[in-house]
Design a protein. Structure first.
Length: 406
């Protein structure tokens, strides 16, 4: 179904090609940034600060970009954002040449700041080019693409970064130029924007009121915040298991991240093949995926062997691959289009901000209470998210999604 959508929908094909190129480049950046930081500082703590510098703009600016995204052309925002990101990605090369961690921090902060605008614009653009009954397929295809890019980018990025990290940053810059070139050549009809400008604060308040009144959107944002509070533990648990439990070092980390990408791809593929937004199946799968994610996360924390841990990781990330496209698709389905930019920005920002807090809290908990005990607690949080969502099932039928997106 996904390939049929790509073949028949030229506008979505353009968005997909742009996304595929830029997300692949982002993985080259991710690998090279870690390597350069550790080479210049020899400090894992510095790596944490670089990641914080890149993600802090999403925390501080994310909730406030929605009104701007909605008032401007999504196509224009994505195009200009990609041009700026290409220049910022190229500035990492200057940082390497001058061996300057200051420039690395500045470039990471700028890259995070500009990227804040791109994600909600792309998420709000998809319903403009895809029919309502194809939203799940479109979002699942994007998740599959991101997973494949992770597998390819992490593998190739490691090889290229080890040879010369400048190559990775150069390819990252080219990937944004590729995305910009595709977007500027892709056309779709964007809804007319009301010429009567309402105050920025009013539009921001209207977005918050929409979330308050929209039970489905409110439930999904609550789940995002709840899982974000614990989910950061996953990104710490993987290298801890590979290094301290499986004693496989970088090879073990690489193997687990490849399994991660495969799992997300499989989950997203199952959504595009067997789930449709017009049926209750999408709502049920969304809740059940949080429950199965919880089970596999707890089992992964207990695994003592690489192959066993990889098997449980695969099950967990298949569940995540189901959640990711349904999370975007259900929001696109239930949030009226005039509010989508604001709601998506709020969702991304609240989830991202608590995820950063989770890195600190769960990392401290791993050190003081052990990864097995904390892993079970993190799994319990995921399970509670699933239970909470399934408890809202009486409201699924009460909300008519077709009218909500018209």
């Amino acid at each position: 179904m996904g390939w049929t959508l790509l073949r028949t929908n030229t506008a979505f094909r353009g968005l997909w090609l742009a996304y595929a190129g830029s997300v692949l480049g982002s993985w080259f950046n991710q690998i090279a940034l870690a390597l350069v930081t550790l080479r210049l500082t020899h400090s894992p703590a510095a790596m944490g600060f670089v990641l914080l510098a890149r993600n802090a703009p999403m925390i501080m600016l994310g909730p406030f970009v929605g009104p701007l995204v909605e008032r401007k052309s999504k196509r224009r925002i994505m195009f200009l954002t990609d041009l700026v990101r290409a220049g910022v990605a190229g500035s990492f090369i200057i940082a390497i040449v001058f061996h300057s961690m200051t420039l690395v921090f500045i470039a990471a902060t700028l890259l995070g700041t500009v990227s804040v605008f791109f994600a909600p614009a792309r998420e709000a653009a998809i319903p403009q080019v895809v029919a309502t009954d194809q939203l799940v397929v479109a979002n699942a295809l994007s998740s599959q693409t991101g997973a494949l890019a992770q597998i390819l980018g992490a593998a190739c990025g490691g090889i290229l970064a080890n040879a010369n990290p400048i190559l990775c940053f150069g390819l990252d810059a080219l990937s944004y130029l590729w995305s910009a070139a595709i977007i500027v050549r892709t056309y779709w009809v964007e809804p007319m924007i009301n010429s009567k400008r309402s105050p920025y604060t009013r539009r921001l308040l209207e977005g918050l009121l929409e979330v308050r009144a929209n039970r489905i959107a409110r439930a999904m944002i609550i789940i995002g915040v709840s899982w974000g509070l614990a989910g950061g533990g996953y990104y710490i648990l993987v290298p801890v298991l590979a290094q301290n439990v499986y004693h496989m070092g970088a090879i073990g980390i690489g193997v687990l991240y490849v399994v991660d990408g495969i799992g997300v791809w499989m989950g997203a593929h199952s959504v595009s093949r067997w789930v449709g937004l017009q049926s209750r199946r999408a709502y049920i799968w969304y809740g059940l995926a949080y429950l199965t994610q919880a089970i596999f996360f707890g089992l992964m924390a207990e695994a003592k062997m690489l192959m066993v841990g990889a098997m449980f990781l695969l099950g967990m990330r298949i569940s995540s691959g189901i959640i990711i496209p349904l999370d975007a698709g259900l929001l696109q389905l239930h949030v009226p289009r005039p509010f989508q930019g604001r709601v998506f920005a709020l969702h991304d920002a609240t989830y991202g901000s608590v995820m950063q807090l989770s890195y600190i809290v769960v990392g401290w908990a791993f050190q003081h209470f052990g990864y097995q005990r904390v892993g079970l607690i993190v799994g319990l949080v995921s399970g509670l998210c699933g239970v909470f969502w399934l408890s809202q099932r009486r409201y699924w039928a009460a909300t008519n999604p077709i009218h909500r997106v018209s």
